[in-house]
Design a protein around this ligand. Structure first.
Ligand SMILES: NC(=O)c1ccc[n+]([C@@H]2O[C@H](COP(=O)([O-])OP(=O)(O)OC[C@H]3O[C@@H](n4cnc5c(N)ncnc54)[C@H](OP(=O)(O)O)[C@@H]3O)[C@@H](O)[C@H]2O)c1
Length: 435
């Protein structure tokens, strides 16, 4: 058997400990498949004395994780610390500059600095792999970058954040409201103490930007992802969607078109109404799913655990096996210099049906005001439901409507016409129907 692939692990938390357990338990078969043993030589984390439930006594310890990059007994640095900048980025830069291969699960770092790191990797002849950064245990990067490599990808979309999907699924099955389910998810450890990145869609946007670069051969552009989270969704919206034959899912969606001689990349993370018959409607709990539509493959669906020590470690070690085999395609399928620049696509001309929810004052004339704004903006209403009994004038009433298919720009115009109206108790909620 060929020489051992020697790795250094930075970060011994959920994922790092999972990698140590996986390499220990499946070491024999991993060595067989990789063609050589994969062994940890050195590790680093914040606290050397912490009980991690794993034996790290046979590995060298570095207090300063960036020192791992300079060790002669290390071929691959595995970064499992997290954070877009700070020590994780310093380590990644040093490792690649030293000609070491880099494996990371850090979507935030790759979304923000992937082009720089990819260029550095290429200039050093090193590998940069990040399978675990998108949808945990699902081989979405490999599936898209290798399995579907012969296709022109028409569209890529999916459920990219397990916390949001868990919250929406719970709201759906229990009828409870967002804040209530979020509190429970935090108590159970399914949501972070500070859940902002998850519930406001930022984590999904990190992942979507990586998938988009890979799918369309465009330069990574995280800043151009239009991001809306799930915190404004009410139990009543879920019930209305259900009555119409839909479930609500936080969807990351990207496509790319050529127009006027340049590429226009559309990237959006937002809650969508998904028809119950669509495969993504059945993806419940913390599960993730990625759909890629290839011009020859047709619709490909990758589904599985988007987080957790085992699934994420599985993706990290898959990258290590590829490196051990010498299977190291460029980080974004194409060399960074060949990725094409793109302009953010104008969503105004995209044609969609939309779900609109208003909280309105319970008094005469309000519905007429809303429907007049729709008419003036050219939005055609397909159905409308008013919820609740007429009661106290001060209690707002929920009005939900679904539009016929039309340009998104028309709905935006209608919202502008209604902005600031004293009839509205809250900013209207707009969600698109997944076509
Ligand atoms: N958890 C998942 O299911 C999952 C799924 C996909 C991707 N990821 C990604 O994987 C990465 C790791 O996630 P995780 O859940 O394993 O995180 P975690 O449990 O919080 O572990 C982070 C590790 O990094 C160490 N660390 C943090 N700051 C450090 C610093 N300044 N200097 C040295 N060490 C430091 C910690 O040391 P101590 O242990 O000593 O405190 C800990 O061992 C993140 O990029 C995350 O986004 C995680």
């Amino acid at each position: 058997m060929a020489e051992t692939l020697r790795i250094a692990l930075a970060g011994l938390g959920t994922v790092g400990a999972g990698v140590i357990r996986l390499l220990g338990e499946n070491g024999g078969l991993i060595a067989q498949r990789a063609g050589r043993p994969i062994e940890i030589t050195a590790v680093s984390a914040r606290d050397r004395t912490k009980d991690r439930g794993i034996d790290i006594s046979s590995y060298a310890w570095e207090d300063d994780m960036t020192v791992l990059a300079a060790r002669e007994d290390v071929d691959v640095v595995v970064e499992l610390v997290g954070g877009s900048d700070g020590p994780a980025l310093a380590l990644a830069r040093k490792a690649l500059a030293a000609g070491k291969d880099l494996v990371t699960a850090n979507k935030a770092m790759v979304a923000h600095h992937g082009l720089e790191l990819g260029e550095l990797a290429e200039s050093q002849g090193a590998a940069m792999r990040y399978e675990a950064a998108v949808a945990g245990g699902i081989p979405a990067i490999k599936g898209l970058g290798e399995g579907a490599a012969a296709n022109r990808i028409e569209r890529i979309y999916g459920i990219l954040n397990g916390t949001c999907n868990y919250i929406l699924s719970e709201m759906e099955s229990t009828g409870r409201d967002f804040a209530d389910v979020l509190g429970e998810a935090q108590a159970l450890g399914y949501a972070e103490a500070d859940p902002t990145f998850d519930i406001e869609g930022v984590d999904a946007a990190h992942k979507l930007s990586l998938l988009a670069a890979l799918a369309f051969g465009t330069r990574l552009d995280f800043d151009a992802v239009a991001t809306t989270g799930i915190s404004r969704i009410r139990a009543a919206d879920i019930a209305q969607a259900r009555a119409l034959g839909y479930v609500i899912r936080l969807i990351g969606l990207a496509d790319c078109e050529n127009a006027d001689g340049s590429r226009h990349l559309f990237q959006r993370v937002a809650p969508y109404l998904v028809p119950v018959s669509h495969p993504l409607a059945g993806v419940g709990g913390a599960t993730n799913a990625v759909v890629a539509e290839g011009n020859y493959s047709g619709r490909l669906l990758f589904e599985g655990a988007g987080a957790g020590d085992g699934p994420t470690a599985s993706a990290v070690v898959a990258d290590l096996i590829d490196i051990a085999r010498g299977n190291v395609p460029p980080p974004f399928s194409l060399p960074v210099s060949q990725l094409e620049a793109s302009a953010p696509a104008d969503p105004g001309n995209r044609r969609n049906r939309a779900y609109l929810r208003f909280l309105v004052a319970d008094r005469p004339g309000v519905l007429a005001e809303i429907t007049a704004a729709m008419r003036d903006a050219g939005v055609s209403i397909e159905s409308m439901i008013q919820q609740g009994q007429p009661g106290d004038e001060d209690d707002p009433v929920l009005v939900a409507m679904v539009t016929h298919e039309g340009p998104e720009g028309a709905v935006e115009r209608a919202m502008e016409l209604l902005a600031g109206s004293p009839s509205l108790a809250d900013e209207p909620l707009v969600m698109r129907l997944l076509g």
